[in-house]
Design a protein around this ligand. Structure first.
Ligand SMILES: Nc1nc2c(ncn2[C@@H]2O[C@H](COP(=O)(O)OP(=O)(O)OP(=O)(O)O)[C@@H](O)[C@H]2O)c(=O)[nH]1
Ligand SMILES: [Mg+2]
Length: 455
């Protein structure tokens, strides 16, 4: 089978010598063209069926982004999970018949399936079986551009492979021990698993070190930015909601915009001048997705965390999408996981040009405070958005200590007027202030801010 290749040459750990384990333990490479897939989703009650269908539609977009076509989307009622094959025998037989009839090359499960289930299903169905996690990892791997994104996805792929190494060599262990389970001697297979684990772990350690280096470099850039005292806005949201379109519309960023999921995997930062001449930084970020694989969140954590550490978040929602409320909820859940749910957020309702009668607008508007409808594509609603951004900056406060010469009385009185003064002392000809200042003042008084509080 042509697509059963390792994700990258480096991930080729070994070639199992025999039998059904061949090719397992790696991500499938489905990058060839013309593959056809049967997509399987599950629901536990009839009310959940429409949601399952929407999720299958999203899985189809992911597949399309990856490069294969969908022959059929099959929502299946799930009464209980079969430990061996995830779905019951009857369903598996139905899937086998359908995939044969439709000439499908692979079957994609929207649910996460265990390595064991995946192996059993591949044996029964006689074709590649992948789950949503593997597909998302594949999409990320395909689209990673920068060194950092490549390292992060490699890390996630290795972490995904780790538990899948076990099944590779168990057939060897069985041979050694007579195949009856029971007394499990340390066979060749198990030794091999240990060796592989060590190789993978070493590889993971190395990638983590490399990532640390890249991260340090980024942090240096960030602290330079922080010193400059420029307020930053991160454009965050579900994948494909129009984040890059907004950045491009406001600046000349020229970030890739595509009607595909995960067009953006790296953060792009651009300076922008608000109508009140306030300089800000706008940061475009990687999109979120429902049930994002935890290996990916872990690998992309530093990038994501940095993005969401911006002073203010612009949470973009595609209100022309019927699943907008669920997408927004999934985004907020990921923000919580990243410890950023309590940052100041402006909720931006995008793609209103595509809304004739979008119920989602009201459903979302009532749920989140501070919303503004826009069309990033048509550049509509920007005045109101920029006005909200200015207002939000004014709300930002930062505690600083200042030493200002008394001769700068105009500045001192402005600081006194606009800030919350925590302490005020006089020393020689200077005034020593500790104050919670509005962020917009920071730039102008940067010269008088004491970096080291002990000074
Ligand atoms: N009709 C309409 N389409 C829009 C609007 N904003 C963005 N789009 C389209 O939505 C698609 C996705 O836009 P992107 O800017 O790439 O979205 P993104 O959020 O950056 O996506 P990822 O980087 O993949 O997470 C593109 O086809 C855009 O042209 C809008 O206001 N109206
Ligand atoms: Mg983008």
């Amino acid at each position: 089978m042509g697509w059963r290749l390792p994700l990258k040459p480096e991930t080729k750990l070994h070639t199992p010598q025999e039998g059904d384990a061949k090719g397992q333990g790696r991500l499938h490479d489905l990058t060839g063209t013309g593959y056809k897939a049967l997509l399987v989703g599950t629901y536990t009650s009839t009310q959940e069926k429409p949601q399952c269908e929407e999720q299958l539609a999203e899985l189809e977009s992911l597949g399309c982004t990856y490069g294969f076509t969908t022959a059929l989307k099959l929502p299946c009622p799930l009464r209980g999970i079969d430990p061996g094959t995830f779905l019951g025998k009857g369903k598996v037989e139905e899937i086998e018949a359908l995939s044969k009839e439709l000439g499908c090359d692979l079957v994609v499960f929207d649910d996460e399936i265990s390595p064991q289930q995946q192996r059993n299903l591949e044996k029964i169905l006689g074709r590649a079986v992948i789950d949503r996690t593997e597909l998302i990892l594949g999409v990320f791997a395909q689209r990673a551009q920068t060194r950092e994104a490549k390292l992060q996805i490699e890390l996630a792929a290795f972490r995904y492979q780790m538990p899948r190494l076990r099944r590779l060599w168990t057939h060897l262990s069985r041979q050694r021990t007579g195949g009856s389970g029971g007394g499990y001697l340390k066979g060749e297979g198990e030794k091999q698993i240990e060796i592989d684990r060590r190789i993978v772990r070493r590889k993971i350690d190395q990638i983590e070190k490399d990532l640390e280096e890249v991260k340090k470099h980024r942090q240096t850039q960030r602290s330079a930015r922080e010193r400059a005292g420029i307020p930053s806005f991160a454009i965050i949201g579900y994948t494909n909601v129009g984040k890059s379109t907004l950045l491009n519309a406001l600046t000349d960023a020229d970030v890739l915009v595509e009607d595909k999921l995960f067009a953006t995997l790296d953060t792009t930062t651009r300076k922008y001048m608000l109508p009140n001449r306030q300089q800000i930084l706008l940061i475009d970020t990687v999109g979120f997705i429902r049930k994002i694989p935890h290996q990916l969140v872990a690998a992309f954590k530093s990038t994501l965390e940095e993005a969401v550490q911006a002073d203010i978040l612009l949470h973009l929602i595609d209100v022309s999408n019927p699943t907008a409320p669920q997408q927004a909820d999934a985004t907020i859940a990921i923000l919580k996981e990243l410890g950023a749910a309590n940052r100041p957020i402006i909720t931006v309702l995008n793609k209103i040009d595509q809304c004739k009668n979008c119920l989602e607008i009201d459903r979302v508007r009532f749920k989140y405070p501070k919303t503004v409808p826009i069309s990033a594509l048509k550049k509509e609603g920007f005045d109101r958005l920029l006005e909200l951004m200015i207002r939000e900056i004014a709300q930002l406060r930062k505690t600083v200590r200042l030493r200002v010469p008394q001769s700068e009385y105009a500045l001192v009185s402005e600081v006194m007027r606009e800030s919350k003064i925590l302490s005020c002392e006089y020393e020689d000809n200077d005034i020593l202030l500790a104050a919670e200042i509005p962020r917009h003042l920071e730039h102008r008084i940067a010269h008088f801010i004491l970096r080291d509080p002990e000074l």
